[in-house]
Write a protein that binds this ligand. Structure first.
Ligand code: HEM
Length: 337
């Protein structure tokens, strides 16, 4: 049985009740490739996986390292664009993708090239897809996890409580949680802003509006559109019976468009007062541990582009697509400076 929860209060309730709706199920295919991590456990085991990472990522030292890194990487990427001699580029390949990868490599202190890390990611996704289809984990995925474990062990992160295997599993979740979604959410932000040129211009003229634009873009197109849980008992949601063992899909994108919480929900409106109530970073014990970093990367990327390139025009993009992770395949823009 598969249940899809699309209403805001029920999505919130499911995510806040890990006893009835767990992530800890053998069908959770990511766990079968990356190993046991914070993403695939609940209760005390979950806390043991998560807390050291949450402390590390939110510590003053990491935050200040992140601010410097994000600022430097954004400036470098956008100056490269300006000095390229061209007046147009695909922001996915020139900015949002490389930014997301470079920041995670730097914060975790990994001695790897972005292309290598992305190749490991592709191999791990291949593995997740294979086990989801009922096949055995392919050798490429196992090898990619082994390489990642070596790189993470060499980085000597200040997370002493975890074994090398647990460190690598959680690092995989942190890395890939922070790459795919940040790339997508910044691309979605530019797509929303440029789809309606007045909003981009308003943000250029008044940078104080940018945080609201970011939240509204996060609401309308969450880069991860759903999270999955498994019912541990037969239960009821909104009067509908959910059988023990059912896969329960928490549809974050739909909840963020629940008209009882967000009036005229399909409209991109940076002035809507309730924009910050979105569920894009999930809630409950598995709530994202990187929203501060995602917001920092989004605002810094916008500022670098605004300062260096000024007015932008959207040249080519079909907009966000994808069943789970949503982002535009391309986001070609031009500038006139
Ligand atoms: C806009 C960007 C981001 C979005 C939309 C996003 C979204 C999410 C969502 C929906 C979850 C919940 C998963 C679940 O309940 O099953 C989650 C968890 C998580 N996110 Fe993010 N995330 C973003 C950025 C980041 C960043 C930058 C990092 C790393 C620094 C990160 C690391 C994680 C980790 C480690 C978890 C697992 C937490 C746990 O299971 O306890 N995310 N994220």
């Amino acid at each position: 049985m598969v249940c899809v929860i699309t209403t805001y209060p029920e999505c919130l309730a499911v995510m806040r009740d890990p006893v009835t709706f767990t992530v800890d199920d053998p069908r959770f295919s990511t766990g079968r490739i990356v190993g046991e991590s914070m993403l695939s456990t609940d209760g005390a085991r979950h806390r043991a996986h998560r807390e050291p990472w949450a402390r590390f990522l939110t510590s003053g030292a990491t935050r200040s390292h992140a601010e410097k890194t994000v600022s430097r990487v954004c400036d470098d990427l956008v100056s490269d664009l300006r000095q390229s001699g061209s007046s147009s580029a695909d922001l996915r390949t020139a900015l949002t993708g490389p930014l997301a990868v470079a920041v995670m490599i730097e914060l975790l202190g990994l001695a790897v090239e972005p292309a290598t890390l992305l190749a490991w990611y592709r191999d791990i996704v291949t593995g997740v897809d294979a086990v989801s289809a009922g096949e055995l984990p392919p050798a490429v995925a196992t090898e990619a996890m082994r390489e990642l474990e070596r790189a993470v062990t060499a980085a000597a992160l200040p997370i002493p409580q975890q074994s090398p295997a647990a460190l690598a599993s959680n690092a995989a979740v942190v890395l890939f949680g922070g790459i795919e979604t940040v790339d997508g959410s910044i691309a979605n932000l530019f797509w929303h802003l440029l789809g309606d040129s007045t909003t981009y211009r308003r943000c250029l003229a008044d940078p104080q509006l940018v945080p609201s634009a970011i939240e509204e873009s996060f609401r309308l197109e969450p880069a991860a559109s759903r999270v999955d849980r498994y019912a541990t008992v037969t239960t009821c949601v909104n009067g509908i019976e959910i059988a023990k063992g059912a896969l329960v899909i928490v549809a974050l994108r739909q909840a963020n468009r629940d008209p009882t919480v967000f009036p005229d929900p399909d409209r991109f409106d940076i002035d809507r007062p309730e924009r910050g109530r979105h569920l894009t970073f999930a809630r409950g014990p598995h709530a994202c541990i990187g929203p501060h970093l995602a917001r920092l990367e989004a605002i810094t990327a916008f500022t670098a582009v605004a300062e260096e390139l000024g007015e932008l025009t959207l040249v080519q993009s079909e907009g966000p697509e994808g069943k789970i992770f949503r982002k535009p395949a391309e986001l070609v823009v031009s500038w006139g400076r």
